[in-house]
Write a protein that binds this ligand. Structure first.
Ligand code: ATP
Ligand code: MG
Ligand code: MG
Length: 605
């Protein structure tokens, strides 16, 4: 079963379920019959959470935490989670962002379908909520607050408003417009709405307490005038609601029970509750209202989790788009080879707490990746820095042109995954680092016969070519620059892995290889961390913090069976790490792999 969140939020939800806090909720008669309710929507008394992104960028690893938390809590308690686009800013339509967000959630394995709607062929199962669909209701709520004496139109300049707001420890000063009558305010609000006042000339403010120790309660702004075309409502509105006013209403209209957000919004909660209470009093909403809960946002070392700064990386060309495999966006992590299971495991392990701001180590992300992939990823041999190895006695020992069948488990933890098959022959590729012409002390892999520093004659070394034979190095060839071009060796014929004689010769080294006759050439992209700084994003210029060596590309070879691998297939290349077939670069006859991570934590070094 998928991992369930274990945190303080479960306790809150379980208490609400025990006490039947939301049992009285019904569709009909209340706001549920508002602009969005559709027949077949799940029982409003169920637990209902939401994930409310602003469609102004791609989702990142921090959002994954919020997605995981909200969808898993809803699932665990038999409720639903809404995907809601918080599109109350009249920014131009960013369809690319909307599409990428929907795709990221689908990829994470979460459904936004209306749970109780029967599946019909061709039926739109994917239900999306848009905050901008509630603009009419929000405006009605604003008029109600004005009429009830809870809001006023303020015509101070922005500078005056800022000065009169006071500061921490200093009470604010009432606006001269604060004592307007409800009748005057209603006329003025309608003038705002009807386009009779220029942009910025006035705002609607809640009338709460200019001396409140919580600055968010010092008459927060509810509406501003802004002539801008909205992607959904076009030019219908020239006033737009502020996030703090809009968000609680969105939650209430969708019958959200638990509105989960990050800690920055803790100081906004008293206003959230104030607004809900005023609208319930006025009969615009029915009790019980949704409640807001805050948790500590996810920060990961060496990673930026700010859409604005991620956009900067893209726009300044430091990376190759939002889905560059070095980006901490979900699109980037996906291309890098992260799987939904790995991200969910990481989210679970990172913990969900009420306080914090602690940083999670990047190594924990890689550890989750390895733990998620190790039991399932098929194994393969690959050579990233190929050096030719020729078995000089092959023809005489096994026969000219002979190819010896070899096999290996697809996944050693999973017998049912079966065996993979490849062949051993006269010419192979090995890693360049698996040969040393003059071996350093303690080197156990291939080296030729030589005389050591004490003038002793040393035999060429014997190693096992994994799943194949033991070979003994007899020499090597080099070019004019002294670069080794070929290693020469002899096979020890009765030593093939899995045969009775396999262990007759003891060796100290085992190395990987692929057959030159059948290995598949591949481009392999070796990624390193994008930032050299541990907590990037604080320097004046992002470019100063970038790791110049975050990508190097090599031409290598992979095991024959990998020809034609599907995009996004995750492999463990033995001894090398986890690699994924790049979804963009690969094509028929052209394999491109991205290194997802090494086999061990290399971040501490
Ligand atoms: P950014 O600062 O990157 O623009 P945001 O919070 O403004 O992020 P939204 O689109 O409003 O972006 O985020 C949608 C949801 O994701 C919000 O509920 C927000 O609390 C949550 N979220 C964003 N970043 C993180 C994070 N680092 N950890 C946990 N949740 C996050
Ligand atoms: Mg936001
Ligand atoms: Mg933000």
């Amino acid at each position: 079963a998928p991992a369930a969140p274990s945190n303080f939020l479960r306790h809150v939800i379980e208490t609400d379920l025990e006490q039947g806090t939301y049992d009285s909720r019904r569709w009909g008669g209340g706001p549920g019959d508002g602009p969005f309710h559709q027949a077949g929507m799940p029982d409003p008394a169920k637990i209902r959470t939401r994930f409310p992104p602003e469609p102004n960028g791609y989702l990142h690893i921090g959002h994954a935490k919020s997605i995981w938390l909200n969808f898993e809590l809803a699932r665990e308690y038999g409720g639903v989670c809404h995907l809601r686009f918080d599109d109350t800013n009249p920014e131009k339509e960013e369809q690319e962002y909307v599409d990428s967000i929907r795709e990221a959630i689908r990829w994470m394995g979460y459904s936004t379908a209306l749970a109780d709607v029967p599946t019909q062929p061709g039926a739109a199962q994917d239900h999306i909520y848009y905050a901008s669909n509630y603009f009419d209701f929000m405006y009605r709520a604003a008029e109600h607050l004005v009429t009830a004496g809870h809001a006023y139109v303020d015509e101070q300049t922005p500078e005056q408003m800022r000065a009169n707001r006071g500061d921490f420890g200093t009470p604010g000063t009432d606006s001269p417009f604060r004592s307007r009558t409800p009748e005057e305010n209603l006329v003025r609000l309608r003038q705002m709405k009807n386009g009779e006042l220029p942009d910025g000339a006035a705002v609607l403010r809640a009338k709460i307490d200019m001396a409140s120790p919580n600055i968010n309660l010092r008459d927060p702004t509810l509406y501003r005038i802004r002539r801008a075309t909205h992607h959904n409502t076009g030019d219908q509105w020239c006033i737009y609601p502020m996030y703090t006013f809009a968000h609680p209403i969105e939650d209430a209209l969708e019958q959200i029970t638990h509105s989960i957000c990050t800690l920055e919004f803790e100081d906004q909660r008293p206003f959230y509750d104030w607004l809900m209470a005023r609208l319930i009093e006025g009969g615009l909403l029915t009790a019980p209202p949704p409640r807001q809960y805050e948790f500590a946002r996810l920060n990961v070392t060496h990673v930026i989790t700010s859409k604005r700064k991620l956009r900067q990386l893209v726009e300044e060309g430091h990376v190759d788009g939002w889905d560059d495999p070095r980006m901490p966006t979900l699109a980037g992590l996906r291309r890098r080879g992260y799987t939904p299971e790995a991200l969910k495991l990481f989210c679970e392990r990172s913990g969900t707490t009420k306080s914090g701001g602690a940083w999670t180590e990047y190594a924990a992300l890689e550890a989750a990746l390895r733990d998620a992939l190790d039991p399932v990823a098929p194994r393969a041999m690959a050579v990233l820095d190929p050096l030719a190895l020729e078995i000089t006695n092959w023809d005489a020992t096994l026969g000219a042109g002979h190819l010896e069948p070899c096999h290996a488990p697809v996944n050693p933890h999973d017998e049912s995954a079966g065996q993979r098959h490849f062949t051993f022959g006269k010419r192979l590729w090995i890693e360049r680092e698996d040969f040393q012409a003059v071996p350093e002390k303690g080197y156990r892999r291939l080296y030729p016969p030589h005389t050591n520093a004490s003038k002793q004659a040393i035999d060429g070394n014997k190693v096992r070519l994994k799943y194949g034979y033991v070979v003994q190095c007899t020499g090597f060839e080099q070019d004019a620059d002294g670069k080794v071009t070929k290693v020469l060796a002899e096979v020890l014929p009765d030593t093939k892995s899995g045969t009775p004689g396999a262990d007759s010769v003891k060796v100290k080294g085992v190395i990987g290889w692929v057959g030159a006759h059948d290995a598949v050439p591949a481009e392999i992209r070796l990624y390193e961390r994008l930032f050299k700084t541990e907590q990037p994003g604080s320097a004046d210029t992002i470019a100063d913090e970038l790791n110049d060596a975050s990508l190097s590309t090599v031409q290598g070879y992979v095991e024959a069976g990998l020809a034609g691998s599907a995009a996004e297939t995750n492999y463990q290349f033995e001894r090398l790490g986890y690699f994924v077939v790049d979804a963009k670069g690969s094509a028929v006859g052209r394999l491109v792999f991205n290194r997802t991570s090494g086999l061990k934590d290399s971040w501490g070094k």
